[in-house]
Design a protein around this ligand. Structure first.
Ligand code: NAP
Length: 324
């Protein structure tokens, strides 16, 4: 769990808005890297953590592809290191969540759980959330066998049977992680070829606990009112229906960007990702973007961190140009 440094929250009862040069929304690799660069430029950035400290990366058990950590590093640990480094140069990290933004004039007005900020520049690094299958029984059984986070819930499936849905890097990486606990991991994928990278594919194919059900989708989560007991399936090639018994169902079928509050205020693509140029500038001058909220393609810790740095550098130049 990340250490929340500051306690100087604006109070909901205290109507006085807090005026800042830079407000960063999100505390994942993108937001905290932006905060580091902005802090070193003496902008005293304030980071609103949102509901997920450290972002999605903090939920990853081990990150093996972030440079500088040849043995890998825990996702939560890396988040803490990012935070400490940003705070060392004066960034303030607040446990608070933006609820509404008004970008119609500067300073931008951001209403949070705890008060109101007026921000000269805004860096949107709100990330993306896991997609749901949207099948009967999924919501009812979330927390009772259905999960979207192996690091959070894998432990509960010690010596139990688990199904993973998806064919991308997340499905394989998380499925392999669950083999530490589960007696078996069955990956159900809607096609007969995986989207995941070659290294993960080889690890999964070679793993004695991992098996695959191809060309198949989950149509319903079955439970006994206490917990998940199985999933109903449909083979997309033959149309055949099936029932697979399981104790747990982990769903890794992609993400949706957290951009709801910017609708109608920032340009977005058809997937709801915020559109930005290579300078991390959005359609609104003074609003910059970083990380998965603007990137459905790379979605790596290192690329998100790089985007955060770039956004902060550009925001700094934007403010400098105004002062000149
Ligand atoms: P993804 O690459 O978009 O894969 C999503 C998977 O879910 C696909 O196999 C897709 O099937 C399947 N799917 C989507 N909607 C579905 C539905 N409604 N029902 C059943 N299956 C469905 O997502 P991701 O695995 O989360 O990865 C996202 C990005 O993060 C990728 O760029 C990935 O490389 C990166 N990532 C990298 C690492 C790593 O490098 N270690 C780890 C995790 C993620 P189809 O294949 O048929 O489309």
């Amino acid at each position: 769990m990340l250490n929340l440094g500051s306690t100087s929250l604006p109070s909901a009862n205290n109507a006085e808005p807090k005026h800042v040069k830079m407000l960063v929304l999100g505390s994942g690799p993108a937001g905290l890297s932006a905060a580091l660069y902005a802090a070193r430029a003496e902008l005293a950035p304030v980071v609103l953590t949102g509901m997920e400290l450290g972002g999605q990366a903090a939920l990853t058990h081990v990150i093996e592809n972030y440079p500088g950590f040849p043995e890998g590093v825990g996702g939560a640990e890396l988040g803490e290191l990012f935070q400490k480094q940003a705070e060392r140069f004066g960034a303030v990290v607040e446990f608070d969540t933006a609820q509404a933004v008004d970008l119609s004039q500067r300073p931008f007005r951001v209403t949070t759980d705890n008060g109101v900020y007026l921000a000269e520049t805004l860096i949107v690094a709100t990330g993306a959330r896991p997609n749901h299958l949207e099948v009967p029984g999924e919501y009812e059984n979330t927390g009772k066998g259905v999960s979207y986070c192996a690091t959070c819930d894998g432990w509960f499936f010690k010596d139990k049977k688990v199904i993973v849905v998806g064919g991308g890097d997340s499905a394989l990486e998380e499925g392999l992680f669950i083999t530490r606990y589960a007696s078996s991991v069955t990956i159900i994928h809607r096609r007969d070829t995986l989207r995941a990278g070659a290294i993960l594919q080889k690890r999964a194919f070679d793993h004695p606990k991992v098996s695959f059900i191809w060309d198949t989708v989950v149509t319903e989560v079955v439970s006994d009112d206490q917990k998940t007991t199985g999933v109903k399936t449909k083979n997309l090639k033959t149309g055949e229906a099936g029932l697979v018994e399981t104790d747990g169902l982990f769903i890794f079928i992609g993400h949706t960007p957290n951009t709801q509050m910017f609708k109608g205020q920032l340009e977005m693509d058809e997937g709801g990702y915020i559109v930005a140029n290579h300078l991390m500038e959005t359609s609104m001058p003074g609003v910059f973007v970083a990380g998965e909220v603007a990137d459905s393609h790379f979605r790596q810790v290192v690329t998100s961190a790089g985007m955060g740095a770039a956004a902060a550098i550009q925001a700094t130049r934007f403010l400098e140009a105004e002062e000149a």
